[in-house]
Design a protein around this ligand. Structure first.
Ligand code: NAD
Length: 255
């Protein structure tokens, strides 16, 4: 199959949680097609390393470290983008955490932090991005949710599933409200993707065998298979597509 090509030259993209994993792949792939990318991560050394890797490849990348669950740090990230680039065309709310705990033993602190990072951060960044995109006359927002928030309960991940289901609901509200401003908003719901987040489970042979038998395409996904969907959703090829939560999961959930 031919690989699609895109022209993102002149497009400014912010990806949260881009220091590694899916977020890094998304930032890298937008940059490969010409975008100026800002890589946010709560781990500033990780954000700097990831950015340096892209700059070394001749790509246009800037680090924008900060905790996206903190409104003040979010404000700093957007001021940094204003200063360096003066516009924002694509926001990818990707930063996420996945605590594992029984509901019976879940601490309120961990529950709240999960909602803050996986859901409230998307609201904080969307509020900042939405103002800029409205003034510019358009833009694209992509929320990296999960099949856990839509179709597929995991196990011992109640806060995660609740936050991701909330993110899907928020996506539809934002798509409805922002349509009038030419801003499209979609959610991307990955299945099991090969990143540090899934590393511990991938070391368990029984878990791997279970996944392979449950996933019709017979394998886990690669980060670039998530970014491929993001590249399409942010492009003019998807100009009539908004308010949808897309599965990218090898066919695990066909709802
Ligand atoms: N890997 C999967 O199988 C999978 C499946 C479904 C959904 N997702 C979602 O995709 C997104 C990326 O997942 P991943 O597998 O690449 O995870 P990862 O843990 O490998 O990377 C996440 C990055 O986000 C950063 N981060 C965490 N909290 C942050 C905060 N408050 N502010 C800024 N950065 C923060 C981390 O430092 C890390 O670099 C997450 O939202 C995750 O829930 C992943």
């Amino acid at each position: 199959m031919p690989t699609p090509t895109y022209n993102y030259t002149g497009t400014v993209v912010l990806v949260t949680g881009a220091g590694r994993g899916i977020g890094f792949a998304i930032a890298r792939d937008f940059a490969r097609f010409g975008a100026t990318v800002f890589l946010n991560d709560i781990d500033s050394a990780r954000a700097s390393r990831a950015t340096a890797e892209l700059v070394k490849q001749g790509l246009d990348a800037y680090a924008a470290p900060g905790d996206v669950a903190d409104p003040d740090q979010v404000a700093w990230v957007f001021q940094h983008i204003d200063t360096k680039a003066g516009r924002l065309d694509v926001l990818v709310n990707n930063a996420g955490i996945e605590p594992v705990a029984s509901i019976l033993e879940h601490s309120l602190e961990d529950w709240q932090r999960t909602l803050d990072v996986n859901l409230t951060a998307a609201f904080l960044c969307t509020r900042q991005a939405g103002k800029r995109m409205k003034a510019q006359g358009g833009g694209v927002i992509l929320n990296i949710a999960s099949i856990a928030g839509k179709a597929q309960p995991l196990y011992l991940r109640s806060a995660y599933a609740a936050s991701k289901a909330g993110l899907v609901g928020f996506t539809k509200e934002a798509a409805r409200e922002f349509a009038a401003y030419g801003i499209r908003v979609n959610a991307v719901c990955p299945g099991v993707i090969i990143t540090p987040m899934t590393e511990r489970l991938r070391q368990n042979p029984e878990q791997m065998a279970r996944w392979r038998s449950e996933i019709p395409l017979g394998r886990l996904g690669e980060p670039q298979e998530v970014s491929a969907l993001c590249l399409w959703l942010a492009s003019d090829a998807a100009s009539y597509v908004t308010g949808v939560a897309w599965h990218v999961d090898g066919g695990k959930n066909m709802a």
